[in-house]
Design a protein. Structure first.
Length: 205
């Protein structure tokens, strides 16, 4: 298993949740009542699984490993990916604020949530395409097998140290629940990566 396998596999789960968010946001933009409970669950997933766990692995481990091998941080793919992470955080904060306003029955809040959700979904889908199609193949070409294995160990340690026990599996279960609730057809997981939740094994699937 390579570090990029872990990140790609997590992308599949993130894409599933983005499809659920798209459904929530589209309904809100069409004038239906915002599904506040589901919206809150998606925001919890985005802040904890996507940003804290997945982006944490990228920004604190994967990106620095490429920088150490000569890939510049200030320009090129790493600069673009980092800037998009920040843009995504701003859009998540916008959704958090809009949901709070919706809970307080403030006018226009549900439409603002839907608008921010649409922008976030478009941003993250394009972002994931760039990482899967450009940055990860670049990284696979730069990183030796030994360095890949070390990164896998570092990612496992990061996850255990930074998140409470069982958090990864809990968010994967939440993703499954959201997909079932909104009729999202989940992407098939390659047999080589379905176990790759940073060493958590079947408890994550």
């Amino acid at each position: 298993m390579k570090a990029t396998d872990i990140l790609r596999d997590e992308h599949e789960t993130i894409l599933d949740v983005l499809a659920a968010l798209e459904s929530i946001g589209t309904r809100a933009l069409a004038g239906a009542a915002l599904d506040r409970g589901s919206a809150q669950e998606v925001l919890d997933f985005l802040r904890e699984f996507l940003d804290r766990c997945h982006h944490g692995k990228e920004e604190r481990l994967f990106f620095p490993a490429l920088v150490a091998l000569g890939l510049p941080r200030e320009v090129g793919p790493l600069a673009v990916m980092s800037a998009e992470h920040e843009e995504g955080r701003w859009l998540v904060a916008s959704m958090v604020e809009a949901l709070a306003d919706a809970n307080a029955s403030r006018a226009g809040a549900e439409h603002r949530f839907g608008a921010a959700a649409a922008k976030f979904v478009a941003l993250l889908r394009a972002h994931i395409d760039k990482e899967n199609g450009v940055l990860f193949p670049m990284g696979d070409g730069m990183l030796t097998e030994v360095r890949q294995a070390a990164l896998v160990r570092d990612m496992e340690h990061f996850e255990h140290a930074d998140m409470e026990v069982g958090a990864h599996g809990r968010f994967l279960a939440l993703a499954r629940s959201l997909c079932e609730r909104f009729g999202v057809e989940r992407a098939a997981r390659p047999a080589s990566t379905t176990h790759s939740c940073c060493g958590h094994g079947p408890h994550c699937t």
